[in-house]
Write a protein that binds this ligand. Structure first.
Ligand code: PGA
Length: 249
């Protein structure tokens, strides 16, 4: 019922040449793969090379962030209009690394999300608890808070394209994956919260991805969970064969 979305987050890896190389190798491996949607999110610098390489293929291109203002004196930032102008269709919002290292707050996540939705981009909004929060039994509260604040003052109509990614911070880049059951439980909390905010019908359609050490070896067990509607893949998305294996779980 919900088409899965398999998204790659390259973080701060690869040059434009390496991007072109990646697509040269990756596209033949996934051609005709239409069961799920495929999106690659390279660094800003690589977006034009990625868009050119993926043109006419079944792979869409996303950015890793977007600013909420239309334009202005915001050094180092990129607007939704700039992304749309070159053919970007998706954008990651509120990744835990932005929250951890670059001062991203629940409020700025909300601003970015609103802007992405208004612009017609498909936002992949990341939520997730850190290890101390999980150990203190606060996971559900943290997810609820992050959802309430991120979705604040957004209507269900406006949110139509919203995608959420559950990314437990303790599982990102650590090799530790949440078990499919742990992930499914968290997804159910997020879906319930989205239902309270946007209505149950919306929540039933909402795609919730899992992210955190997804690899070819664990992708099929994770994707077998009814609650899991795709993956946000970091480290294992840098190699074309590995990402193709995940996409074809
Ligand atoms: P990882 O990263 O797959 O390397 O754990 C996931 C993410 O941060 O989106």
């Amino acid at each position: 019922m919900r088409k899965k979305l398999m998204a790659a987050n390259w973080k701060m890896y690869k040059t434009p040449d390496q991007t072109r190389d990646f697509f040269r190798n990756f596209l033949p491996l996934v051609s005709g793969q239409t069961r799920d949607e495929i999106v690659v999110c390279p660094p800003f610098l690589d977006l034009p090379a990625a868009i050119e390489s993926a043109k006419g293929s079944n792979v869409a291109i996303g950015a890793q962030n977007v600013h909420w203002k239309e334009e202005g004196a915001f050094t180092g930032e990129t607007s939704a209009a700039q992304l749309l102008a070159i053919g970007v269709t998706h954008v990651v919002v509120g990744h835990s690394e932005r929250r951890q290292y670059f001062g991203e707050t629940d409020d700025t996540v909300n601003l970015r999300l609103k802007t992405a939705l208004e612009a017609g981009l498909t936002p992949i909004c990341c939520v997730g608890e850190v290890l101390e929060e999980r150990e203190a039994g606060m996971t559900d509260d943290v997810l609820r808070r992050q959802c309430v604040r991120a979705f604040h003052a957004i209507s269900a109509k406006k949110a139509a394209k919203l995608v959420v990614a559950y990314e437990p911070v303790w599982a990102i880049g650590t090799g530790k994956t949440a078990t499919p059951e742990i992930a499914a439980e968290a997804h159910a909390v997020i879906r319930y919260e989205a239902g309270k905010i946007f209505g149950e019908e919306f929540a039933a359609q909402l795609r919730i991805l899992y992210g955190g050490s997804v690899k070819p070896e664990n992708a099929s067990a994770l994707m077998a969970q009814e609650e899991i509607d795709g993956a946000l893949v970091g480290g294992a998305s840098l190699d074309p064969k590995s990402l193709a294996a995940i996409v074809k779980y």
